[in-house]
Design a protein around this ligand. Structure first.
Ligand SMILES: *[C@@H]1O[C@H](CO)[C@@H](O)[C@H](O)[C@H]1NC(C)=O
Ligand SMILES: *[C@@H]1O[C@H](CO)[C@@H](O)[C@H](O)[C@H]1NC(C)=O
Ligand SMILES: [Zn+2]
Length: 517
């Protein structure tokens, strides 16, 4: 914070005080006007259906028991070709046992996809309403107790109000939360106006080529269009963004693209006693060094990360409130601040990570081949092709062969304005549950199954109301993944509210406010 102000003052002194004074005046007015813009007023929403879930002691024990049972089935994806299929089969029968109403209700169509994934369809009573889709995944990444877990990773042991286990965050909490919510709603006689789908993939952790892709194929065959898709991704951050007053729910409106690039240099093999001036290792090492010394351009302000800060600006204290309300002026400065740390740097540019370097086989032989792999996560404002061109330009050495092993463009940015149905419904549901949380669009630096759905809808959101405190993010794919009892219960309530809120036919008219000067 202070760093921003010091850098800022240096720049100001360099540009002259008069310009500064004019800018500050405009900026101050903007800071005030943004405060007024609080979004759609909750009071004016229609409420077509209102089945409130009373979670009494019996229900609470029931839903927690089922959730723990889901965690204990080790549905691990080890690699794209290897998963625990025994566990996946167990999971299939577990779901039928856990949610009998869901599987027998005349309102719900169920089908198994690629043996272990599931597609549910609940047609709505009002056929003109465009359906939506909720996504979650069954598989988890591997976990080994000896890495330092306080409880075995597939035990679902409860310690101080937290349930520990692989999948408690990613992603069995959403999966079970969605199914549990629908089970309870069906028991209480709920019948939706707007139809919806539930997609449960079994290989998300290894790219979703079996589960999600086959679900997409089925929906395309049936000419389904979706109002929006909601998948895992971002969460409620509480005390994680420094300077922000109170928790913030970030709803992912895009995710970064990917490029896995192989660099290789071949030279003639020779004896180490008469080396040529440059070895394949030296040539490749120099190329890798150039990539690291010349990071991809800083793009803060050109992607949805800009809106994240604009939405949250009013929740910061001064001077950050002032700076963030005026990104038209300060975005280069904020960008330079964010790029200092690896976690925030990931939001402002395409990142470059050299992950594998192989060369040489024998102490006295010049290696004929050196290879390296580079993993790049592409910022929303860049394309895969632009990144490949920049790599070529930066390396600038025709002896280095550059091959794209796997890659895709960043996902299109979904809408998040006052007229955006999906975004506003999710936002309303968050506020129904947690009235004091700030809601803002955000960007996912990792990838989800939802990326396969981009031809079926223009609006894909990545969010679950998981409550993240400082340090919790590293439990994700790490050790001691956990969720509090209360948070899991909140997920069930959230999805129950969300499904009912989606029956809203159209959004209320936005109230007029001073948006821009
Ligand atoms: C696969 O899952 C089953 C239970 O469904 C478990 O008994 C077995 O140990 C698991 N295998 C591996 C390799 O994790
Ligand atoms: C589904 O199971 C059948 C029979 O075990 C097998 O032949 C097929 O390859 C499986 N399909 C997938 C996508 O795993
Ligand atoms: Zn996941």
């Amino acid at each position: 914070m202070n760093l921003i102000m010091i850098k800022f003052l240096k720049i100001i002194i360099g540009t002259g005080f008069i310009v500064f004074f004019i800018l500050v005046t405009i900026a101050s007015i903007r800071t005030l006007s943004l405060d007024v813009n609080a979004g759609l007023q909750l009071a004016r929403w229609e409420t077509p259906s209102d089945i409130s879930l009373e979670i009494d002691h019996r229900k609470r024990e029931e839903l927690l028991t089922l959730f723990k049972e889901a965690i204990r089935i080790p549905t691990v994806s080890f690699s794209p070709t290897e998963s625990n299929t025994t566990a996946l089969l167990h999971f299939n029968s577990f779901l039928r046992r856990a949610f009998p109403t869901l599987f027998t209700s005349g309102l719900v169509h169920h089908e198994l996809v690629a043996n272990y994934s599931h597609l549910f369809w609940v047609p709505g009573s009002q056929l003109d309403l465009v359906p939506y889709l909720l996504l979650a995944h069954i598989d988890v990444v591997p976990a080994t107790e000896s890495d330092g877990w306080v409880a075995p990773p597939f035990s679902a042991q409860e310690i101080d109000g937290f349930i520990y286990g692989r999948g408690t965050i990613d992603d069995k909490s959403s999966l079970m939360g969605i199914l549990q919510a629908l089970e309870y709603l069906l028991i209480q006689g709920y019948a939706p106006h707007r139809g919806f789908y539930l997609g449960l993939g079994h290989d998300e952790e290894v790219s979703g080529y079996q589960g999600a892709l086959n679900i997409v194929r089925l929906l395309k065959q049936r000419n389904v269009r979706l109002a929006f898709v909601l998948d895992e991704g971002l969460a409620v951050l509480d005390g994680v963004i420094s300077g922000l007053d109170g928790p913030a729910a970030l709803i992912g409106v895009s995710e970064k693209g990917l490029a896995t690039v192989k660099l290789s240099v071949s030279t003639l093999p020779g004896h180490a006693s008469m080396p040529s001036r440059e070895s394949s290792i030296g040539i490749l090492a120099a190329a890798v060094k150039r990539l690291e010394d010349n990071p991809m351009p800083m793009l803060f302000g050109h992607g949805p990360e800009r809106e994240t800060f604009e939405h949250l600006a009013h929740k910061f204290g001064l001077p950050l409130k002032f700076v963030l309300s005026n990104l038209w002026l300060f975005s280069p400065l904020v960008g330079r601040f964010l790029e200092q740390k690896p976690d925030s740097n990931a939001f402002v540019r395409t990142t470059t990570a050299v992950t594998i370097f192989n060369a040489g086989v024998k102490l006295n032989v010049m290696p004929s081949l050196a290879e390296a792999y580079v993993n790049l996560r592409i910022h929303t404002a860049q394309s895969l092709q632009e990144v490949m061109d920049l790599i070529q330009f930066t390396i600038g050495d025709h002896r280095v062969k550059i091959e794209l092993i796997e890659g895709f463009d960043p996902l299109p940015v979904s809408s998040s304005d006052d007229k955006s149905y999906g975004f506003q419904i999710i936002k309303k549901t968050v506020l129904d549950m947690f009235p004091t949380v700030a809601v803002a669009p955000g960007i996912c630096v990792g990838n989800t199954d939802s990326r396969h759905f981009k031809d079926l809808t223009k609006d894909i959101y990545r969010f679950a109301p998981l409550w993240f405190k400082p340090g919790d993010a590293k439990r994700f794919h790490g050790i001691n993944e956990r969720i509090s009892r209360k948070n899991y219960e909140d997920l069930v309530l959230f999805y129950s509210r969300l499904i009912q809120n989606c029956d809203i036919r159209k959004l209320p008219e936005p109230h007029t406010s001073v948006h821009e000067l």
